[in-house]
Design a protein around this ligand. Structure first.
Ligand code: AMP
Ligand code: GLY
Length: 440
């Protein structure tokens, strides 16, 4: 099938590899010349991924039959609506359905309207004065979020990034003054527990779950520092996580299914990958955010072990015929992102980076190219995450060791990695944290 992919990051490279394994003929749009994607593409276009008219023109010129959109920004611009209007099937949501991610207040209100489990108390504001009055009236810790899209970087948590009323208000004002996210501020109750990601494939009606993943949002080892798009992530061989059992997982899947049902009921059926980010609390899973796409890095974990035909799954999502499950190998994966120095605060870009793909494969791992660019025959880093390295193994420990050995084959003098991701110590700390919360 002639497949269009949009996006040039690690998530999209992983999707392109999955399409390639399925025998798809690939046409790829991205802003950076991602060498991993280019190696698999029959045709490509380097342009702003939000330039809907250009992407549609490219798709029509190449007789595309199926489109897959990686990042959220083009979804927010209505790229799926435009492709569908041109007669092209899409394994990604329309602009209206993607509001589940593009507006954090739409998500919270939808969940509230339909009485879906897992909501947190919240209030959204279009000015700092009302937010201030609300803050004065509550006695629990909160999280401050811009309502609109910020690439996962605009969220600050009281008790971690914000201490006390004054600091919190200062950040609220900063969001309004800088118009960060472009749509106001949402203040949410702070949920305490362990985070996990449950992604599903959906055809607008049914959901097919993927293995659970745990991402690491904080920039530095020990889970400190600013929030990032995600520094790395792991999955376990049984597709659960060491701190979460089947019961809580079923609750998370039920929440995602209810959201799919609610969107269908409201006239904007959701087709594509839906990403549920949850906090496992002592009162069960609570919704942190819902995204209208694969997570990045999480896509690299699950697509690496996807045994089913990805093109077939995407076609079924696009055409409302997702009547079978998806198979994933019983393997654990650990993904660590190599990111440019300063990432999370102010990245230092433009440094040469080299990746020995064959040596990495020899270590029981795979490398995915992300925000890197080919310039004058050289591979250089951009301002976002550079290379995702995914170790595979029978256990998290083995996958982690393979990932670490493979990382030695990515060379650059201006990058860093969170080496603690997937280590026995960090995973055990998560298990102990949940145990302590339950017994308190
Ligand atoms: P988000 O971009 O919404 O995923 O938020 C980034 C990170 O902030 C999450 O991964 C959590 O670690 C944290 N966070 C967001 N919302 C909440 C919440 N309501 N309670 C606790 N932590 C949160
Ligand atoms: N890894 C988090 C996200 O993709 O939003």
């Amino acid at each position: 099938m002639r497949v269009l992919t949009v996006g040039g990051g690690g998530r999209e490279h992983a999707a392109v590899e999955a399409f390639h394994r399925a025998g798809s003929e690939l046409y790829c749009v991205m802003k950076n010349a991602n060498p991993g994607i280019l190696a698999r593409a029959k045709g490509h276009l380097l342009c702003d991924e939000k330039d809907v008219a250009k992407v549609v023109e490219f798709a029509k010129a190449n007789d595309i039959e199926l489109a897959f959109i990686g990042p959220e920004a083009p979804l927010g611009e209505g790229i799926v609506d435009a492709l569908e209007a041109a007669g092209i099937r899409c394994a990604s949501p329309t602009k209206a359905a993607a509001r589940i991610e593009t507006s954090k207040s739409f998500m919270r209100e939808l969940v509230e309207r339909h009485g879906i489990d897992g909501n947190l108390s919240y209030a959204s504001f279009d000015n700092a004065e009302d937010a201030e009055a609300y803050l004065k009236g509550i006695d629990h810790e909160i999280v401050v979020k811009p309502v609109g899209l910020t690439g996962g970087k605009g969220v600050k948590v009281q008790g971690e990034h914000l201490h006390g009323f004054d600091e919190t208000m200062e950040y609220v004002r900063e969001i309004f003054d800088g118009n960060i996210g472009g749509a106001g501020v949402i203040l949410e109750e702070r949920a305490v527990g362990e985070e996990f990601t449950q992604m599903v494939f959906s055809d607008g009606e049914r959901v097919v779950p993927m293995p659970l993943v745990q991402d690491h949002k904080r920039a530095y080892e020990g889970d400190v520092g600013p929030n990032t798009g995600g520094m790395g992530s792991y999955t376990d061989a049984d597709h659960l996580l060491p701190f979460i059992g089947e019961d809580d997982r079923m609750k998370a899947i039920a929440i995602v299914q209810s959201i799919v049902d609610a969107l269908a009921e409201e006239g904007c059926p959701y087709r594509g990958v839906m990403y549920g980010q949850f906090m496992l609390t002592i009162n069960g899973p609570k919704i942190i955010e819902i995204n209208a796409r694969f997570g990045d890095p999480e896509a690299m974990n699950v697509l690496t072990v996807l045994d089913s035909n990805f093109e077939d799954i995407c076609w079924r999502m696009a055409t409302g015929t997702l009547d079978a499950g998806a198979e994933f190998s019983p393997k654990a994966t650990v993904c660590k992102y190599v990111v440019p120095k300063g990432y999370g605060v102010k990245s230092e870009a433009g440094h040469e980076i080299s990746v020995d793909e064959e040596a990495i494969r020899g270590c029981g791992a795979v490398a995915y190219y992300a925000n890197v660019d080919m310039r004058d025959g050289k591979l250089v880093t951009g301002t976002s995450r550079s290379i995702g390295v995914v170790g595979i193994g029978d256990s998290i420990e083995e996958a982690e060791a393979n990932c670490e050995r493979a990382l030695a084959h990515v060379r650059c003098d201006a990058v860093f990695v969170r080496h603690d991701i997937g280590t026995r110590e960090l995973v055990q700390r998560r298990v102990d944290h949940m145990k302590a919360l339950r017994s308190a």
